[in-house]
Design a protein around this ligand. Structure first.
Ligand code: LRH
Ligand code: MN
Ligand code: MN
Length: 386
């Protein structure tokens, strides 16, 4: 039997970080469809993120992406967030939009370009000091397009050297999260293509370095929950970038394409003792055609539903079925939890937290969508590269 009170208590501690860039305009490489009311600054992104937290109760922090979210005074930005009931979370570095980075950033063959990239990462740690952020999330677009283009082993050495310099700069309580991605924008080799490469670098660096699993960054068919179980077992799972995909790095709403996969991942998190603040649960999505704030609310709710189902797995019954070699029985225990309609339970949890039981409807009623369309006129909307 699962202890419902414990499940509810755990759900109340959940924290899903929303990404500042999801509030801005985005698109595919073919077209960005601008939406009315989209934020024109990091400050307005925080206003929207605060609405997501107000209506869900479980999205208390916002990830920044530097330089997309450049401001003069980061401490003031942190204060502005706090005044609205949220806080600044992970700082994401961006070393992929300068012309200098055409052949890479931290792995570039030219030492001057590597210096520029590492200086940017060090600057990100300065920003963390000002915002009070714990985590620096690193994703590198580095790689090559053609066999022979560069020495792939030398690129690993350059990567290790750059990471070590940034790692040494981390303060007490700060961490470095290294994110891998199979391909794109590089199409032949990517310098951090998989969890094994990320893990090897993190292991050398030390305890403050952890791996980030972005659920859209694997080859089709990859068993992501196995990777999660392995990293947790090694104490090296730093966090997630949740999103869903049908094909490649689609960045669709978490739980939209494959809610069963999200449940399996969350089950391994719960099973491995990872449902703690040690593991950062972040969204990393783009809302290219759907309204952004409701899409982010929906994504948070999808993560919450997968978590509730994972917490509902009857672990004793599962262990018993496994020990008695009952293949079908063990599978049925897991599927029973997955098949449970957890929406009534989550409505109760929200009511107990003082949040509207139906966040999507509450947001729609709130008038926020109409307000930002009316008020955010003029200026340049935030978006990829802005
Ligand atoms: C790369 C990625 C990474 C970036 C974000 C914008 O595909 O997942 O996390 O920071 O997208
Ligand atoms: Mn990501
Ligand atoms: Mn991605």
């Amino acid at each position: 039997m699962t202890d419902l009170a414990a499940v509810k208590a755990a759900l109340k501690t959940q924290a899903v970080e929303t990404p500042s860039w999801a509030y801005g305009n985005s698109g595919t490489r073919f077209k960005v469809f601008a939406q009315a009311g989209v934020p024109r600054s990091p400050w307005e992104k925080l206003q929207d993120a605060a609405r997501v937290h107000a209506f869900t109760g479980v999205a208390p922090s916002v990830a920044l992406h530097i330089p997309w979210d450049t401001v003069e005074d980061y401490a003031a930005l942190a204060k502005y967030a706090e005044e609205r009931g949220v806080r600044l979370g992970t700082i994401n570095s961006n070393t992929f939009q300068d012309d200098a980075y055409k052949l890479g950033s931290i792995c570039h063959p030219d030492a001057a370009v590597r210096r520029k990239a590492v200086d940017h990462l060090l600057r990100c740690v300065d920003i963390m000091d000002a915002t009070g952020s714990r985590d620096l999330k690193l994703w590198f677009a580095d790689g090559t397009n053609y066999p022979g283009q560069d020495d792939v082993r030398a690129r690993q050495d350059r990567l290790a050297e750059g990471l070590a310099e940034v790692y040494a700069r981390l303060g007490e309580g700060q961490r470095m999260l290294l994110e891998y991605k199979l391909f794109e924008p590089a199409f032949y080799t990517t310098d951090v293509p998989d969890w094994g490469t990320a893990y090897a670098h993190c292991l050398r660096l030390g305890d403050k370095a952890r791996v980030v699993v972005d659920t859209g960054h694997h080859a089709p068919g990859t068993n992501i929950e196995f990777i999660v179980a392995t990293l947790l077992r090694e104490g090296k799972l730093g966090g997630f970038d949740f999103n869903s995909r049908f094909y490649a790095d689609d960045d669709l709403m978490a739980g939209a394409a494959d809610p069963f996969q999200l449940f399996r991942i969350m089950y391994e998190v719960v099973r491995g003792g990872g449902f703690t603040s040690e593991v950062a649960f972040m969204l990393d999505q783009c809302h290219n055609i759907e309204p952004k704030i409701p899409a982010i609310i929906r994504s948070v709710l999808n993560v919450q539903e997968a978590t509730a189902k994972a917490l509902l797995v009857d672990r004793d019954a599962l262990a018993e079925a496994q020990a008695s070699e009952d293949v079908l029985g063990a599978n049925a225990v897991l599927m029973d939890a997955y098949a449970t309609d957890v929406r009534p339970l989550l409505r109760e949890v929200r009511e107990e937290m003082g949040v509207d039981p139906d966040p999507m409807a509450a947001y729609a009623r709130s008038g926020w969508a109409e307000k930002i369309v009316a008020e955010r006129v003029g200026g340049e909307q935030a978006g990829w590269g802005a």
